[in-house]
Design a binder for this molecule. Sequence first.
Ligand code: GLU
Length: 298
Amino acid sequence: MAESIMTSPLRQNSVFRFAPSPNGPLHLGHALSAFLNHDMAFAQGGQFLLRIEDIDLMRCTPEFEQGIYEDLSWLGLKWPQPVRRQSDHLSHYRETLDRLIHMGLVYPAFMSRGEIKAFVVNYERAGSAWPRDPDGAPLYPPLDKRRAPHEVEALLASGVKHAWRLDMEKALARVGEPLTWNELGQGSERTIEADPGAWGDVVLSRSDAPSSYHLSVVIDDALQGVTQVVRGLDLFHATSVHRLIQWLLDLPAPDYSHHRLIVGPDGRKLSKSEGSTGLSALRQQGHTPLDIRRLVGL
Ligand code: GLU
């Protein structure tokens, strides 16, 4: 509780959200995030929302979604109904993407992962490193942006699989001013200068899903009136992209608090396949919700 109050100064009418993806069982890392959001909302007399981020229709399942409700209820958390489920709003994300396409800021991207890899290997053969994003993935090569309009039209008409990517250079030129966000995590309030350019041409609609995390998270936070985004430090750098999309779509910026991550015995961030730290596994072993609070250091 000490951590939750320390990391969040009092705000009027604050709205928090916990936004898991139902693509695996919740683990201790999710419990920390959910508790922090819930406790801060409670301490401030604000709202705690639950949102299901399930745009990845291949990996998200109703069983995992049910597991989220069961685990969070067991932890003693309460949230208002109905819960926003992103898969119910795909046409809204598509309309927003269309707006960005009409603004000339988004282009169809045809390269597969294998093709990107081959491009990078080939480029790096000459001796210099191809730039990587803050997560370590290579920036998207500029080949699709250089295609002639008739070629793009022919590719689209052929029905070939493609994503939609933000033209970062054009987007930044449009903003023309430094973007910042208000960071309340780690016990102090400070202004962080966003650096969306470090991500290159990010995906706004995936080739295997009808939107992307970046686009739908920004739309939903605004739509649900979220004022406080409290999430793990693994998403700290992604906030730069979110601030840019908010600016382009004229959406308000919430405050952000990026909290410490729970790491496994190997020192790495927990993953959803980590059975031993799964909340339902811990419940079955006889742990109580209070034990879970202690296990995540609250
Ligand atoms: N859905 C994301 C996840 O499960 C979290 C998104 C967020 O909190 O911004 O990792």
